[in-house]
Design a protein around this ligand. Structure first.
Ligand code: ZN
Length: 428
């Protein structure tokens, strides 16, 4: 069907129900002794339980101090202690269970001590549910002018004012403690995409040495604070696009401590997608079932489903909000399209007829196009709500299909339809 002949689709009334996200918490018969139970009183903190598997894909639940996270999960990125243009209530309303904060940005502005004084990120920004902070490792290598990478740490210049700073594993642990997220990430050396074997080796080996220092510093801070556990430290597997280095990194990481989760970093940074899949397939056999697996910086919708099918549980990416601010939106049957296209000028249908988000329930494509073309701030907000809900809901759908046991077939059909829509849009 050509775009011009598309029939106008009715906007669903705003009273239409959002998909249900709440699921009952299965009772745990034997909480691990010595760990504090969460608010429900029945599950130990930081415990991850795999509830269903379908091939390598897993559906699980992770208990954190600020609530429970059902996986697979997409985590919206709140770089500056805000998911750009949205209030915490709106982020929660679109179904997000956990969001990110960026250590590099918040350290530079307003400063982690300011955030600490204001009650940590939860008190400062008003988001009440679980949070995760990255370690700044990716940003110091991608955003700033680095003067030195040494064994001690990374000396860099702020991208804001050129001021000089030093991130060491110990310093980053102190900053992430001040920010107060439920999950904090170890400081890692993230080499550029498709790095040479030599550089990828240097980076993963240094990341392992820094991990030991992060662990020591984190344990010392927790002991000094003397309070109940309220944060857990996730290590990061590096190794570039070299499968044997990825395996070595994973083994070294797991041998170096008892973790509550593990992340895979340094992927989706420009390498061909089959290489990313190859790296995930190489690492997976090394990872114990009991740990949630977080693929950092992914994804786009098809990347999310491909990685879930390879056993990944957690994701984050700035794409939904960044794309939304640029007018790029995801539509289930059409792939990624730009709302400014002229074919939307008088299109009375919803943005994505298959989406239940506030934007799709309430506005026409014609209005959303007008807002974007006119440069209205509301456009950024409405398109960000849609794109975020799209990924959050896609992860929820994946979870349901893992539980049902038809994940492989469903995800393959979903990806093919999304890609076919994208290809058709490219021809028009
Ligand atoms: Zn929508």
């Amino acid at each position: 069907m050509s775009p011009a002949s598309r029939p106008a689709l009715p906007i669903r009334p705003s009273s239409a129900k959002l998909p249900a996200y709440a699921e009952p918490t299965p009772a745990r018969a034997n909480p691990r002794p010595g760990t504090r139970a969460n608010r429900a009183g029945s599950r130990p903190l930081f415990e991850f339980e795999v509830q269903a598997t379908d091939g390598p894909a897993r559906a699980g639940v992770l208990d954190l101090p600020h609530g429970q996270v059902r996986t697979p999960v997409f985590m919206p990125v709140g770089t500056q202690a805000t998911v750009k243009t949205l209030t915490p209530e709106e982020v929660e309303g679109l179904g997000a269970q956990i969001i990110l904060g960026n250590t590099y940005h918040l350290y530079l502005r307003p400063g982690h001590d300011v955030v600490r004084q204001m009650g940590g990120l939860h008190g400062f920004g008003g988001w009440k549910k679980p949070m995760l902070t990255d370690s700044g490792g990716f940003q110091v290598f991608s955003l700033s002018d680095i003067s030195t990478i040494g064994e001690d740490g990374v000396e860099f210049q702020s991208h804001i004012d050129g001021s000089r700073h030093l991130f060491t594993p110990e310093r980053v642990m102190g900053i992430e403690r001040a920010l107060g997220a439920d999950i904090i990430m170890a400081f890692d050396q993230c080499p550029p995409g498709q790095s040479s074997r030599e550089l990828a080796t240097e980076a993963y080996e240094r990341t392992l040495r820094w991990l030991a220092r992060c662990r020591t510093a984190f344990d010392r801070i927790v002991a000094e604070d003397g309070d109940a556990p309220r944060q857990t430290l996730f290590p990061i597997v590096q190794g570039g696009i070299h499968a044997d280095l990825r395996v070595a990194s994973a083994r070294g990481t797991l041998a170096s401590g008892d973790w509550h989760g593990i992340a895979i970093g340094g992927l989706s940074v420009g390498e061909p997608k089959p290489l990313m899949h190859e790296m995930l397939d190489a690492v997976r056999p090394e990872l114990p079932d009991r740990l949630p697996r977080y693929l950092m910086g992914v994804g786009y919708p098809d990347d999310l489903l491909e990685a879930i099918g390879r056993g990944i549980d957690m994701f984050d990416c700035v794409a939904p909000t960044r794309n939304g601010r640029n007018g790029a939106v995801w539509i289930t049957a059409e792939g990624q399209v730009n709302i400014k296209q002229r074919r939307f000028l008088t299109d009375a249908g919803p943005l994505d007829p298959e989406c239940g988000c506030y934007t799709c329930r309430t506005y026409t494509r014609a209005y959303l196009r007008h807002l974007f073309v006119a440069g209205e701030g509301l456009s950024m907000r409405l398109l960000s709500i849609h794109n975020l809900h799209f990924l959050v809901n896609l992860a929820n759908q994946a979870r349901e299909h893992i539980i049902t046991g038809d994940y492989a077939g469903w995800s393959r059909a979903w990806i093919e339809r999304f890609a076919a829509g994208k290809a058709a849009a490219g021809k028009s």
